[in-house]
Design a protein around this ligand. Structure first.
Ligand SMILES: Nc1ncnc2c1ncn2[C@@H]1O[C@H](COP(=O)(O)OP(=O)(O)OP(=O)(O)O)[C@@H](O)[C@H]1O
Ligand SMILES: O=C(O)c1ccc[n+]([C@@H]2O[C@H](COP(=O)([O-])O)[C@@H](O)[C@H]2O)c1
Length: 221
């Protein structure tokens, strides 16, 4: 097949973390993909509970995180289109750019469970094969989808979320090793996620013995 096998990893990436990178790398290995294109969303219309970071910050963090892998690249299609991001548009644009390629859209178990709520979801499967990957805390299933349109695969378990990364920065806790080093430095340089409300630090052994939190303001970031 002349156009190659292209994985597409769509996400808000606010910030991108090692859960995204490990999932993309594992799927590339399992499915013999020639490349994986990471596609940061424009406006993620189903994430209404908070304001997402500027698209340029999310784009640059994704570029930094993927730069060391020659098979990874980043597309601006969703950002440059503007407005709410619909995967039907993402796949249409990437198909137009690479008409001879086979497209494989990668989703975590949580996103896969929501596909029936996506715009034009019946047509999505004409444009790409979907790959659902395991994610700690979520059940991976395709029972609500047409037969044969999705492959379900296990990837190394990375109990990481962007929500937790943002919360950690807001609490003055480190995100080293949860996100690539360059992304830690970008978050610091741009002072991202400082406004996330601080939450009490849980003590899993004894709720009465909480570690001191008054030092957290002093932690250099
Ligand atoms: N740890 C993970 N393991 C496997 N897949 C993941 C993981 N984290 C995110 N994904 C998948 O990556 C895609 C993009 O995720 P997204 O950018 O929304 O990250 P997130 O960590 O879920 O963000 P948030 O916590 O802000 O909701 C989705 O398909 C999601 O299911
Ligand atoms: O097409 C839709 O209606 C749609 C609705 C929600 C999410 N998506 C896509 O799913 C991918 C993961 O999104 P998210 O919100 O979990 O970061 C990303 O590529 C989104 O554009 C797509």
């Amino acid at each position: 097949m002349a156009g190659g096998r292209i994985g597409i990893m769509g996400g808000t990436f606010d910030p991108i973390h090692h859960g995204h990178l490990v999932a993309a790398s594992e799927v590339a290995g399992l499915f013999g993909l020639d490349e994986v294109i990471f596609v940061p969303t424009g406006q993620p219309w189903q994430k209404t509970e908070r304001a997402v970071s500027p698209a340029e910050d999310r784009y640059l963090m994704t570029v930094i995180a993927t730069a060391s892998n020659p098979r990874f690249s980043v597309s601006r299609v969703d950002i440059d289109r503007g407005g709410p991001t619909y995967t039907i548009d993402t796949l249409t644009d990437l198909h137009d750019q690479r008409p001879d390629a086979d497209l494989f859209f990668i989703t975590g178990a949580d996103a896969l469970a929501q596909i029936v709520t996506w715009r034009d979801n019946q047509r999505l499967f004409d444009l790409a094969h979907f790959i659902g990957v395991t994610r700690p805390g979520f059940h991976l299933a395709d029972s609500h989808l047409p037969e044969g349109v999705v492959s379900l695969v296990e990837v190394p378990a990375m109990a990481i979320s962007s929500t937790d990364c943002r919360d950690r920065v807001g609490r003055g806790m480190p995100v080293w090793y949860l996100v690539p080093d360059g992304v830690v430095q970008y978050i610091q340089k741009r002072s991202l996620y400082r406004e996330v409300p601080r939450r009490p630090v849980p003590d899993v052994r004894d709720p009465a013995r909480q570690p001191p939190t008054d030092h957290l303001q002093e932690v250099p970031r």
